[in-house]
Design a protein around this ligand. Sequence first.
Ligand code: PMP
Length: 285
Amino acid sequence: MSRLVYINGQLVEHEKATIHVYDHGFLYGDGVFEGMRIYSGKVFKCREHLERLYESASHICLDIPLSMDQMVLAVEQTVAANKRDDGYIRLVVTRGVGNLGLDPRSCVKPQVIIIVDGISLYPTEMYEKGMEIITASTIRNHPNALNPRIKSLNYLNNILGKLEAIRAGVPEALMLNHLGEIAECTADNIFLVSHGVLLTPHKNAGILAGITRGTVLDLAREQQISIEETVLTRHDLYTAEECFLTGSGAEIIPVTKCDNRTIGSGTPGPITLKLIRAFFRLVRP
Ligand code: PMP
């Protein structure tokens, strides 16, 4: 299947979709991105993702050269050109081509890149039986250094966490914040269930405010499940009845073991399963 990549208004075959080595996105990770899902030919929560993209760009003083409406059209045009009913979109905005110094003012024009592709999830078995994770010793970026609310092209912090997971033989790692509280996993948000209440770290706990996280909170409200966005520690995790992760790529995946400790009954719990069913009714009705 031919894969067409949008680069600054042009649709280019993916082998020919290249960027300049002086682009500060490449040299310094100076840029922002989004990862979105296509369900039944439609981009899921496109506006919410774009709002987060423009907020991330605003934080790093990056002027995206398209209006939000123009960006929606560019995304839809790229999805249509790739004839994909289900898949994943990676939207990247880099600072653009500059000189070898850090100064962003040397970059004349931000580059907008939209890639549409398939998505490889965790193995199906993990969705049914639950996944095992560990706590990484690498903490999440300090919000006063590089705020995790910015979805920036600099993902080394998360990659260091991911490397710890891989070395421990598990697919994901929990990352704590600079206060030792639960933040999120390397590319997913985390939820716990304790005494029947759905718990998740608040937006300023050093996390990315996930779009799937927001969707799950909305679904929980609809299902009359009590929710609390609060400070969580590993005490809460080790004593929780249920745990699951959320992300555009991962969707909702149950976690049944962390740091070699069994969580709850060791199988995906009733509230997790209820939310998974509600999520699938929403995205794949
Ligand atoms: N946290 C991090 C660090 C992420 O990169 C992501 C995206 N994969 C998420 C959480 C989940 O966010 P979303 O639900 O918007 O995909």
